[in-house]
Write a protein that binds this ligand. Structure first.
Ligand code: SAM
Length: 268
């Protein structure tokens, strides 16, 4: 829930992320890319490279990837396997646009599981950078604040309220927009003359991916305790109940995300 993530957590979520992503937006992006013989892609907050592993097979054969992350250990994992394409890894903070967005100029700016960490000012700079270059943007798996349990617990709402409030803390790029980020980005791209599509890409977690579900619940408990220390013992007890029920297959949880595709309009 901070701006720092473990490779183990990213590995747990990768197959579920790939399953959840909107296939319709992928096809729309593919059609936009089709006339291009070569595609320059900028992947922001690349982690170990999950977004590239999903997207590269969908895009035209000739690709050049710029992979940006402030965590050198994650970036080293992302760049260890080039995946048959040209690439460069850049160890930088996401606010340092001049270090990664100029040469080569991207045709596609993309990120997965990143948007809820960023601020309103950063969204402004993202839209400005895309508009200047007439680049497309695909920002997927942005947490939207909606969590639904198959069977309710009296503490669900209190935990969710604390987690969603925690989401809006500064994660290193200004006060984070948390669950509001995707809709705020959609509005900005529309104002900039882009065509915008938003699709939901929820996780549906149960016993078959209990490892991810339990790690998620543990992260929520830690965030809720930081946000509302007075409720911490109750939050921990809630986490224990939820993890036990998930592992036993007695409950499922649906975690809301949004995928957004923005394509430059013809008029600007
Ligand atoms: C939730 S992870 C997602 C990683 C990857 N895109 C994926 O889908 O598995 C967010 C990533 O953004 C990176 N990140 C967070 N804040 C950053 C910042 N200010 N500058 C650069 N990278 C940042 C983290 O190191 C992490 O790799």
């Amino acid at each position: 829930m901070s701006g720092h993530f473990q490779a183990d957590w990213l590995a747990l979520r990768e197959p579920v992320d790939h399953q959840a992503r909107s296939k319709a937006l992928g096809q729309r992006l593919q059609a936009w890319c089709r006339p291009r013989r070569r595609l320059y892609v900028l992947d922001l907050g690349t982690g170990t490279g999950s977004n590239r592993r999903f997207l590269a097979p969908l895009l035209p054969a000739d690709q050049h990837w710029t992979l940006v992350d402030h965590d050198p250990a994650l970036l080293a994992l992302a760049t260890a396997e080039a995946g048959g394409h040209e690439w460069r890894g850049i160890h930088a903070d996401l606010s340092e646009w001049h270090r990664f967005a100029a040469h080569p100029s991207p045709d596609l700016v993309t990120a997965s599981a990143l948007l809820d960490l960023v601020s309103a000012d950063w969204l402004d700079s993202l839209v400005a950078a895309c508009r200047e270059r007439r680049a497309a943007a695909l920002m997927v798996l942005s947490y939207d604040g909606q969590v639904e349990w198959s069977s309710p617990d009296p503490l669900d709402d209190a935990v969710l309220a604390a987690v969603n409030a925690h989401q809006q803390r500064d994660k290193g790029i200004g006060a984070a927009l948390g669950p509001a980020a995707s809709s705020q980005l959609a509005a900005r791209f529309r104002d900039a003359g882009y065509h915008v599509w938003v699709e939901s890409s929820p996780w549906d977690l149960g016993r078959e991916n209990a490892g991810l579900a339990q790690a998620l619940v543990e992260g929520w408990v830690a965030a809720a305790c930081e946000q509302r220390p007075v409720g911490c013992s109750e939050f921990r007890a809630w986490g224990g109940r939820r993890c036990a029920d998930l592992a036993a297959g007695r409950i499922r949880v649906r975690v809301g995300h949004q995928d957004l595709l923005a394509l430059p309009g013809s008029g600007r």
